[in-house]
Design a binder for this molecule. Structure first.
Ligand SMILES: C[S@@+](CC[C@H](N)C(=O)[O-])C[C@H]1O[C@@H](n2cnc3c(N)ncnc32)[C@H](O)[C@@H]1O
Ligand SMILES: [Zn+2]
Length: 185
């Protein structure tokens, strides 16, 4: 049994200049679960001791937790990044179609949805109009991506983004509580 689950509506094939990828081989409807990632869980210290390729095929699932795939790469390890992704993250290990996908379309997610440490940074060659060139561990902090992927970040990032938003004072909210009551005279 494999550690990842891939929808039977997908297949692995060459993905141009960025190696191998996962593609739809049958129509996939908006909201369908396409991939469930599995593996062993380790912290950042343990991840840093793994060979580079093993690290690159891993998935961040919490501030300092990572899913490490099987010893030999599996089809589910080959899901590429796109700056205009076809899928989003649900929870921390499911990929769900963001729109209807036709056969031949690539299964992708934006790695900003999962990553906040620099274990898998690279120059992007997705070729989409939205391509940001470099994929980095700090992309999740971009306001444009937070707005575009609201609800589709990994759970730990979604909570982090919400906590930051709650900590920033609203510039139009009334100030209450500390001012002295106006004099009645
Ligand atoms: C989880 S692996 C995906 C499978 C990979 N294509 C392969 O054949 O091993 C992630 C790595 O794939 C490459 N990759 C994924 N998406 C890419 C993209 N949009 N542009 C360039 N490289 C990409 C990067 O090297 C990245 O570190
Ligand atoms: Zn790109």
């Amino acid at each position: 049994m494999q550690v990842n689950w891939l929808s039977p509506k997908t297949q692995v094939q060459r993905a141009g200049s960025h190696g191998t990828g996962v593609f739809a081989r049958e129509p996939i409807a908006t909201g369908e679960t396409v991939v469930a990632f599995g593996g062993r869980v380790c912290d950042g210290a343990a991840l840093s001791r793994l060979p580079p390729r093993r690290r690159m095929l891993s998935l961040q699932i919490d501030d300092d937790l990572y899913l490490v795939g099987a010893d030999e790469p599996e089809p589910g390890d080959f899901v590429n990044h796109s700056c205009e992704p076809t899928c989003g993250v649900c929870g921390s290990v499911l990929l769900v179609a963001l729109r209807d996908l036709a056969p031949g379309e690539e299964i992708t997610f934006d790695y900003a949805m999962t990553d906040s440490t620099p274990y898998d940074e690279f120059t992007c060659s997705c070729g989409t109009p939205s391509c940001r060139g470099l994929v980095t561990a700090r992309d999740w902090e971009r306001p444009d991506l937070q707005a575009r992927y609201d609800g589709w970040f990994s759970g730990y990032l979604q909570r982090r983004i919400a906590a930051r938003a709650a900590a920033v004072p609203d510039p139009v909210a009334p100030v209450t509580g500390t001012a002295a009551a106006p004099s009645s005279r």
